[in-house]
Design a protein around this ligand. Structure first.
Ligand SMILES: [Zn+2]
Length: 476
């Protein structure tokens, strides 16, 4: 590293504690998608205090915001994506290497999103100071992105025009390794709820007067079960019953099921239409009616190779943080308890391509952003290696010194990468050229129906059920 880069690494370290505390606070709030009022306020207030101009409640979501700071000519414009939503049912005590909920049944940060916007904030605040000192021109734009776990916010943010004029986007995600990928990642997805309506009746005395909505849900499930037998192996199709009646002796006049249909960009719409045919068939068979509500529809991710290579150089320059004996012991205990390979805090630094690893079945709403600006996600080490996403083992590590060290290491890589983009116009030109080719091949069109709106209130009741019990553990 040259002297500028070494100074930047020191500057990240000099302010890290404050950001660790923010991450711990957001971990303690563990707010579900579109209910992240405390988390978003903490972060937006923090960016404002750091001298950024903050626009709150963007793209029709009260917990979404954009924080912007410009210097000199204002070019290039670098975007940073950051999440802060939690997952249902994953409450867990921090630093405890066995399943032990903090508040039984409550949400938890099972995907380490508590560390993610925070890492971008540490990156941007450090960059701002450095750009002022060095007289570097550019704009830093941070996207406070709610509800990633229900794959909601980014397509609406794109639709609202928030990415217009952006030159390049740095995304991040907490993980149990240090990695960056390019080419094609994950699956496209449509998330939708089908609600069937029938007729209620006494199920013993007058069953012929009723039409069961629950029967329709069951038949739709049976239909899509047969559908997926005949889809290519790239698909993932899964569902949960949201409402299925409340007593066997009352014919349910209302029942609903929530689907995720996932596949390649080229396939997902066809599979979705087939699933809708299953809904129609189920309604015909049961003489019920039905309604479909689309909660979200997102693209696969197409991260930029030149940008990934630039980030990987900085991953190698920063390297793995050093870990203490206590941290190694915690990692081993957790890996033993959960049945993962017992490797302690040993993990790879990797650059991944579609050729080097098979396509994974998960999805992220960052996909839409990768089609409107050159984008890459840095995966940075805040978990115990081996922990799969959406699991209590992630929650257990996400408020420990392991996560803190990962935040600092992630921010260093992102700050160094942004510094490269601000100072090397040739590198940025190559990244933009590659993106122009992608955009010509895959012109962006949202998968959302034209009348789609963010599903505000989707988790209000569930969050309300646990907030009271969680408050006593809030970290200020
Ligand atoms: Zn996640």
């Amino acid at each position: 590293m040259n002297s500028d880069k070494l100074a930047m690494v020191k500057a990240v370290e000099s302010r890290q504690e404050k950001f660790w505390r923010m991450s711990d606070a957001i971990w303690s709030y563990a707010e579900l998608g579109l209910e992240e009022y405390r988390s978003a306020k903490l972060l937006a207030d923090g960016m404002e205090a750091a001298g950024f101009k903050v626009e709150r409640g963007v793209a029709g979501m009260p917990t979404a915001f954009v924080a912007t700071w410009s210097h000199g000519s204002g070019k290039p414009v670098i975007g940073f994506l950051g999440e802060y939503d939690a997952l249902p049912m994953l409450s867990q005590k921090a630093g405890v290497p066995k399943k032990d909920p903090l508040v039984p049944g409550a949400p938890g940060h099972g995907c380490s999103h508590n560390t993610m916007f925070v890492t971008q904030a540490l990156t941007a605040v450090t960059l701002k100071e450095f750009m002022e000192k060095k007289g570097l021109s550019g704009t830093l734009k941070l996207y406070g992105s709610p509800a990633e776990e229900i794959l909601t916010s980014r397509p609406f943010m794109v639709k609202a025009g928030l990415f217009e004029g952006i030159d390049v986007v740095l995304d991040n995600h907490g993980d149990g390794l240090f990695q960056v990928a390019y080419g094609m990642e994950g699956t496209a997805m449509v998330s939708f709820i089908v609600t069937f309506k029938g007729k209620t009746a006494h199920a013993g005395a007058f069953p012929w007067m009723g039409r069961s909505a629950t029967d329709a849900v069951e038949l739709m499930h049976a239909g899509t079960e047969r559908m997926r037998e005949h889809l290519p192996t790239t698909q993932r199709t899964h569902w949960v019953t949201l409402e299925g009646g409340e007593a066997p002796n009352v014919v349910p006049d209302r029942a609903s099921t929530w689907y995720f249909i996932r596949d390649l960009d080229e396939m997902v719409e066809k599979n979705f239409q087939w699933a809708l045919d299953c809904a129609k068939g189920a309604a015909l068979m049961t003489q019920t009616t039905y309604e479909v509500k689309t909660l979200g529809a997102i693209h696969q991710r197409f991260p930029n190779k030149h940008l990934a290579e630039l980030i990987f150089e900085n991953i190698q320059a920063v390297g793995r943080p050093g870990y203490t004996k206590e941290e190694e012991d915690f990692a081993r205990a957790l890996q033993t308890e959960a049945g993962y390979p017992v490797v302690g805090m040993e993990y790879p630094l990797k650059i991944v391509s579609p050729e080097s690893e098979p396509l994974r079945g998960g999805s992220s709403d960052v996909g839409d952003v990768t089609l409107v600006a050159p984008t890459v996600s840095l995966r940075f080490p805040v978990r115990v290696p081996g922990s799969p996403a959406h699991h209590w083992t992630v929650v257990a590590a996400a408020k420990t010194s392991i996560a803190h060290k990962g935040i600092t290491a992630g921010a260093k890589v992102l700050a160094l990468s942004a510094f490269d983009l601000l100072t090397d116009s040739g590198a940025l030109a190559k990244i933009r050229e590659e993106f122009a080719q992608l955009a010509a091949k895959r012109p962006y069109q949202s998968f959302l129906p034209p009348d789609a709106r963010p599903p505000l209130g989707f988790y209000t009741d569930l969050m309300g059920k646990y907030r009271g019990a969680m408050e006593q553990y809030y970290i200020s």
